[in-house]
Design a protein around this ligand. Structure first.
Ligand SMILES: *[C@@H]1O[C@H](CO)[C@@H](O)[C@H](O)[C@H]1NC(C)=O
Ligand SMILES: *[C@@H]1O[C@H](CO)[C@@H](O)[C@H](O)[C@H]1NC(C)=O
Ligand SMILES: *[C@@H]1O[C@H](CO)[C@@H](O)[C@H](O)[C@H]1NC(C)=O
Ligand SMILES: *[C@@H]1O[C@H](CO)[C@@H](O)[C@H](O)[C@H]1NC(C)=O
Ligand SMILES: *[C@@H]1O[C@H](CO)[C@@H](O)[C@H](O)[C@H]1NC(C)=O
Length: 295
């Protein structure tokens, strides 16, 4: 009898131990995640002061929300306007149950990781706006299949928008305004995505923005300087004609040109002075016509 009781007791202890270990393992990854985020970012205003890892729970840390307050499983991280400096914290990969990440309004730089869909496997809300992220937008964002909200506005992103982003089935709020993106806007699945989402990227084109010019000249010549040159050219020409008319310059000038031409012609054809009158009247008309044509 005692032996049986002991066996039951042992089993109970074992179950308790295993469950304890499981909770410990599950949270260890998330603790490691936050530790590595804190280590990888420069924090001049001590915004992450509350992240004290001698405490048992990480769920009370500033900017951290957990699935359940007694379980160290992070559901979202919001470090908006924390004054943080550094590259995208790759340690976030170890917060394996994360669905929301908001790093807006910091001084984060470098590129958006090309394996973002692996780092943020279940992300539904991603806000990296108002930082200094640069380089191209990785097409891998198109693999974040649960994403609802994607904000990349106010950064230094360049290149084209990967067309795969347009096919994200759950995307409802999207902004890449105020970057240096170029080329055509891809087709978007969602109807809620308007011109506002793309604002202030001077070289983006296509629906819902203005159409893409396929003419060669606009690809190689800056439109503003072309128009400037065009206007200046016309103004110059107009004033020249005006000046010529006002000072009755043409008759004088034409007479000069005509006599010069007659002189040249005569030299060429070895003409005698007899036919001078005839030649001069004929050529005067011809040269006048030429001059008018040029103007
Ligand atoms: C963190 O994530 C990496 C990559 O998935 C993994 O190799 C590593 O074991 C994880 N670390 C912890 C403490 O879970
Ligand atoms: C972290 O918490 C421990 C105990 O709660 C405390 O002794 C320690 O000073 C704290 N560290 C910081 C940096 O606040
Ligand atoms: C990110 O945080 C800021 C500040 O709390 C907030 O204004 C913004 O709406 C958040 N972004 C998203 C997508 O919720
Ligand atoms: C960008 O973030 C800074 C803080 O880093 C904040 O002062 C500013 O208002 C933010 N700008 C926008 C457009 O959100
Ligand atoms: C549509 O987009 C705007 C701005 O991007 C956002 O505020 C709004 O919540 C979105 N509407 C829906 C139904 O998601």
């Amino acid at each position: 009898m005692e032996k049986k009781n002991f066996k039951i007791f042992l089993g109970f202890v074992l179950i308790l131990l295993v469950s304890r270990i499981c909770i410990c393992c599950a949270s260890e990854s998330d603790v490691y995640c936050l530790k590595s985020i804190k280590e990888s970012l420069h924090d001049p205003f001590n915004s992450l002061n509350s992240w004290n890892f001698t405490q048992k729970s990480i769920c009370r840390f500033e900017g951290i929300d957990c699935w359940q307050s007694d379980e160290n499983k992070v559901i979202s991280i919001t470090l908006s306007n924390f004054g943080l400096i550094g590259e995208f914290p790759r340690g976030i990969r170890n917060c394996t149950s994360l669905t929301g990440l908001n790093l807006s309004g910091n001084h984060l730089y470098g590129t958006i990781p090309s394996d973002i869909a692996v780092i943020l496997q279940y992300v539904t809300v991603l806000d990296l706006s108002n930082n200094t992220f640069s380089g191209n937008i990785t097409p891998d964002i198109g693999n974040c299949q649960y994403i609802n909200v994607l904000k990349l506005d106010y950064n230094d992103l360049e290149g084209e928008i990967p067309s795969r982003i347009g096919y994200l089935p759950r995307l409802k709020t999207f902004s890449i305004a105020n970057n240096y993106l170029t080329g055509p806007v891809p087709l978007f699945f969602s109807k809620n995505i308007t011109a506002e989402s793309f604002g202030n990227n001077p070289e983006l084109c296509g629906k819902p923005l203005k159409g893409c010019e396929d003419s060669w000249i606009w690809k190689h010549v800056d439109r503003a300087s072309f128009i400037k040159a065009f206007v200046i050219g016309w103004v110059l020409l107009f004033t020249m004609v005006l000046v010529l008319c006002l000072f009755k310059f043409p008759t004088k000038a034409i007479n000069k040109i005509v006599s010069l031409n007659i002189w040249k012609l005569r030299k060429k054809k070895h003409l005698t002075s007899g036919s001078e009158e005839e030649l001069s009247s004929q050529h005067k008309v011809k040269i006048l016509l030429n001059l008018l044509h040029c103007l």
